[in-house]
Design a protein around this ligand. Structure first.
Ligand SMILES: Cc1cc2nc3c(=O)[nH]c(=O)nc-3n(C[C@H](O)[C@H](O)[C@H](O)COP(=O)(O)OP(=O)(O)OC[C@H]3O[C@@H](n4cnc5c(N)ncnc54)[C@H](O)[C@@H]3O)c2cc1C
Length: 371
């Protein structure tokens, strides 16, 4: 059996890895490089119980456990570690409030009040998302998967479109027994060829600072009010490689068809840099080693699409993971592999993520113009 996976982000790599664990050949088709989009530019924060009370809880809990397990199973260092996680406020919002840290975080400025503990090393963790995605891809390749660089330009169909038999890559046909759509926000392109609900992109901006290893393993979720009154929610993640990742400032800027054309909005990174300088003297004096933007893949209702594409034999979706794609990748990969091989996922009930729960996007609504 050969499974074609469209997209080499964290979801595509995880599906390939778990298919390989079951002895099934996977071909990952990626336009740029593994982890070229959000999977290489995200925070990499993981939480056991932050999805509790939502339909995502079983997926997140299973995935949190798999992340710990994968460290034992796969070669490589992707900066996995457990963390303590705090919440607080910074900037003008707290001017009239009590100042000073409820928790002493000495790498933050005195203007920041850290007043909640949101997670402990039992419940929160992190990975370096690019390294994690690359390690999953390498592990998949070690089990026989292939990485094919190329642009998915169509899906091959038979029987009046009710069966998917392959993928068109830059106009060339490649056959497979099943096809998994895992192109993050670019999955929307596949609505041209199969009945897939809309997947949209929500842009986020981030900076990576070279802070050294003295910054402790503390993740921070802060609220910051800018001079213009805009409320930002910066997330700060010191990493094992001596860098600190900070993201904030979302925008609804349209998704370019070519992932290589994703660029920050004008002025967004300068604003983020200003916020970082104010929040922390350590960040203010640190060299910035990455300035970037990427798109979260989101769906109507906010839940991912994980399962069979309705009415299309051999067609599967694994996309739309929004803010939790790095967390939920392993359990998604495991569940999709079981679904393809056994006809049902064993570890997670996928019914709430069924692509058939939403109406398919009308292809006439797609405006595709490649620059
Ligand atoms: C600022 C920010 C911070 C985040 N922080 C976290 C976090 O802390 N924790 C967490 O769990 N999640 C986080 N996320 C979410 C997470 O990054 C995403 O949910 C996840 O990366 C999505 O992975 P994916 O594989 O579905 O998509 P992507 O990473 O977008 O991968 C899709 C791949 O498809 C490829 N592609 C596109 N078009 C084509 C084509 N035509 N042919 C072939 N290939 C194509 C792209 O090049 C890309 O590599 C964050 C997201 C953002 C934006």
């Amino acid at each position: 059996m050969r499974v074609l996976i469209c997209g080499g982000g964290v979801i595509g790599a995880s599906v390939a890895y778990f298919l390989g664990c079951r002895g099934v050949e996977a071909v990952v088709i990626e336009r740029l490089a593994p982890a070229a989009a959000a999977s290489g530019k995200s925070g990499g924060f993981l939480a056991l119980d932050w999805c509790d009370g939502t339909p995502l809880a079983p997926l997140a809990r299973r995935s949190f456990a798999l992340h710990a397990d994968l460290v034992q199973r796969i070669a490589g260092d992707w900066g996995y570690r457990r963390l303590t996680t705090y919440g607080g406020v910074s900037g003008r919002r707290q001017r009239n409030r009590h100042r000073g840290n409820g928790y002493a975080i000495d790498w933050l400025s005195p203007e920041v009040t850290v007043n909640h503990r949101l997670g402990s090393p039992d419940t929160t963790a992190q990975v370096h998302p690019q390294r994690f995605t690359e390690a999953m891809m390498r592990a998949a390749q070690a089990q026989g998967a292939h990485l094919r660089l190329g642009n998915v330009t169509g899906l091959l169909r038979r029987n009046g479109g009710t069966q998917v038999t392959g993928v068109e890559i830059d106009g060339d046909a490649i056959d497979g027994d099943a096809v998994v759509i895992a192109m993050g926000p670019w999955s929307i392109l596949c609505a041209q060829w199969v009945p897939l609900p809309g997947v949209y992109g929500l842009k986020g901006h981030s900076l990576v600072f070279e802070t050294g290893t003295s910054v402790p393993a503390e993740a921070l979720f802060l609220e910051y009010v800018e001079g213009n009154g805009a409320v930002q929610t910066p997330e700060l993640f010191p990493r094992t490689d001596g860098t600190t990742y900070v993201c904030a400032i979302s925008s609804e800027a349209p998704l370019p068809i070519n992932p290589s054309e994703v660029v920050p909005d004008p002025g967004a990174l300068e604003r983020l840099e200003g916020i970082c300088r104010e929040m922390s003297p350590v960040l203010a004096s640190a060299k910035i080693v990455a300035r970037q933007a990427c798109y979260r893949p989101i769906t109507q209702g906010g839940l991912p699409l994980i399962g069979r594409i309705p009415g299309v034999e051999g067609g599967f979706a694994a996309t739309g993971h929004s803010v939790w794609g790095i967390l939920n990748a392993p359990a998604t990969g495991e569940a999709i592999a079981d679904l393809i091989i056994d006809g049902a996922a064993r570890s997670v009930d996928l019914r709430r993520f069924d692509p058939g729960r939403l109406p398919p996007l009308d292809p006439a609504r797609l405006r595709i113009t490649e620059g």
